[in-house]
Design a protein around this ligand. Structure first.
Ligand code: ZN
Length: 376
């Protein structure tokens, strides 16, 4: 499963020239279509070479034969394991890089030749398919689930205090049981125990969205027991009778809650950008975002999912620009980059900011700022 740590590891790699290949390729579900994959990859390689070459420079960029072979070998050996997934492949002979990761969501296909791995799609996959936790509780039991990519792990939490625990030996179907008076009286204590265990999981593995499931009357009881820090992580809840629940059903119900939460988060971000006054803590459009990055002012970059915006980076001062004249060093000091949105993404992460993909960001790309920009 991909993580921010994996993205950071990739971003530590740098080739001398535009020889590092990043390939995002959809692997079809139909085995008969796998034979067409190499040809599809070749089409993407041709586009990548075009995007990486500076028009009129007489220095065309091409994918190296060794990188091409690496991709072919990986596809021949592994494509069957990746059917129904977009796979990300990173290859660079100079750096000894040769990695492939199947992704949990379908992404736009593209190939990029650059000096660094192209990570925008990886960040989008992490955003769309976050790891999250689910707690299902009734008055006597609680079950905790960790959901990461295709994987769902279950862990039982203790029964209500004072009630003998069954011990946990795999899934036992949120078994039917009688809820007696004593258990109801102890329920409050049990919710607090559950909250404490969730808190411990958060401390160990970091914060993750939390979904709460259970009876209509037990969800508010569970919520009320959560400390403030955990309550902020709650993405929503679903009503269900724990007796009829299976892990697959938990996943299905919780995924829908997470989907709604992701949509609300996008909307909140859009509102936040739109509500900022002019000259306030938001900018929209590529030019303003490039300016904000130069001033290390970006707190959150809101970019689009698709599309590449070719541009230039100055090799002396690092200035980014659409046409190579972003600084006093002029065009001669610049080298082309295939995607300015990727460059902005990396700068934002380097400055400790966040990156978020929106379906339709204001003016194509926007940013929330740490401080208002100095006049250009
Ligand atoms: Zn410069």
């Amino acid at each position: 499963m991909i993580s921010r740590a994996y993205v950071d590891k990739l971003l530590g790699m740098q080739a001398a020239g535009p020889s590092l290949l990043s390939l995002y390729l959809w692997i079809p579900l139909d085995p008969a279509e796998l034979r067409g994959l190499s040809a599809r990859a070749d089409e993407l390689f041709a586009l990548a070479a075009r995007d990486a070459s500076e028009p009129g420079s007489g220095r065309p960029v091409r994918l190296g034969p060794a990188e091409r072979d690496t991709v072919r070998r990986l596809l021949t050996a592994k494509a069957r394991d990746w059917m129904g997934h977009t796979v990300a492949i990173f290859a660079c002979v100079e750096l000894g890089l040769n990695e492939a990761v199947p992704l949990p969501t379908r992404l736009q296909e593209r190939a990029i030749l650059a000096t660094r791995p192209h990570v925008r799609p990886l960040l989008l996959a992490i955003q769309r398919c976050p790891a999250y936790r689910v707690v299902v509780a009734d008055r006597r039991h609680a079950w905790l689930f960790s959901i990461t990519g295709d994987e769902i792990r279950t862990a039982a939490l203790p029964d209500a205090a004072g009630v003998r625990s069954h011990g946990f030996s795999g899934w036992y179907g949120l078994e039917a049981h009688r809820v007696n008076e004593r258990v109801i009286n102890l329920a409050r204590h049990h919710y607090h125990d559950t909250a404490a265990l969730l808190d411990r999981a958060t401390r160990a593995d970091g914060p993750e969205p939390l979904v709460i499931g259970g009876h209509e009357e037990t969800i508010p009881e569970m919520l009320a027991a959560l400390p403030v820090g955990l309550r902020d992580q709650v993405a929503g809840s679903f009503v269900v009778d724990p007796h009829i629940l299976t892990p697959a059903k938990v996943r299905d119900l919780a995924d829908r809650v997470i989907e709604g939460w992701l949509g609300r988060r996008d909307q909140q971000l859009l509102d936040e950008i739109r509500q900022e006054p002019p000259d306030g803590l938001a900018v929209t459009g590529l030019t303003a975002c490039l300016d904000a990055a130069r001033q290390h002012a970006i707190r959150l970059l809101a970019g689009p999912a698709g599309g590449l915006l070719p541009g230039y980076v100055c090799q002396r001062c690092g200035a980014l620009s659409s046409d190579g004249d972003g600084c006093a060093d002029g065009r001669e000091a610049s080298r082309p980059v295939p995607d300015l949105i990727e460059e902005l993404t990396v700068r934002t992460l380097e400055d400790g900011g966040q990156v978020h993909t929106l379906r339709d960001p204001p003016a194509g790309i926007a940013a929330l700022l740490r401080f208002p920009l100095a006049p250009a």
